[in-house]
Design a protein around this ligand. Sequence first.
Ligand code: UDP
Ligand code: MG
Length: 320
Amino acid sequence: MTSVLPNAGSPLLSVVCPSYDESEVIGLFYSELSSVLQILEGLRYEIVFVEDGSSDGTLEKLNEVAKGDPRVRVFSLSRNFGHQVALSAGLDLARGDAVLMMDCDLQHPPSLIPQMVELWGQGYDVVSTVRTASRDASWLKRATSRAFYWAINRLSDTEVVAGAADYCLLSRRAVESLRRMPERHRFLRGMVSWIGFNRTFLPFEAPARAAGASKYSWTRMVALGLDAVFSFSTVPLKLATRIGLGVSAAGIVYLGYILVSFFLLGDLVEGWASILSAVLILGGVQLAFIGLIGEYLARVFEEGKRRPLYLLRQTPPADP
Ligand code: UDP
Ligand code: MG
């Protein structure tokens, strides 16, 4: 493989692109990406496509692209494993001295790559990008995204920068650090913050998708948000203690009030309505916290099974 590449001694950049049902946009993406990568001087590159169990002929399109360019390596997962796992597979499969992760719908503009590579050359291990605006995001998506970042930064010790995209460049040691994190429920943006190292940010405006539709439905986004909270914070688990203590304190105050009004004022407080509401509130709080503990327990269970994160059904012919 190395022999077909020009400047065999120079550093290798891997561009990792997860692709799921992207047949409409692959051709355009490949040509735009290649035209940017070709102008990078003193750098060899490879493009690692991780096809994520598509059903619209994406794999065939990718294989066609790979036939015409030895720098393109196509891997295919045995089924749809999801964006975050596809990215993680790409990190395992990339061979570069630096690895760049980007979506292949052109919402992550390839024109930023030269600047990202330059920052890597200056010694940054992580060059992240931050979306300042997104052309096809509705106000609801923007508002929920803002609320999410607010919540995760309150709940977790790891800072997750608002608007930070999965579009980033990682040095080899940053990649190796991420590969040592074997968790099943992955929120890569948080994981990238967690590893630390020298990090810098580049702002960009995300254009609308070049073609096709977003694969992130509301349910998938909520699942990713919950993964972020449950993987990066134990605050919800501890909330039960605080809320429990708060409710008990309120109960004691209320009991004091009842006793005072009974003994001093001779009033017998009629209580069935207040008892019912207390029962309902406490019942609800208890059920909610049992569910919450269940969320963490389910994650422990899934980690305990130690299944592989993904399975491959196709690797490039040149690879073992
Ligand atoms: N993707 C993937 N597997 C999935 C869903 C998405 O590999 O199950 C890829 C998709 O092909 C794209 C990237 O992840 O390259 C981001 O997905 P999308 O553009 O749908 O997300 P959005 O930009 O709308 O958040
Ligand atoms: Mg997109």
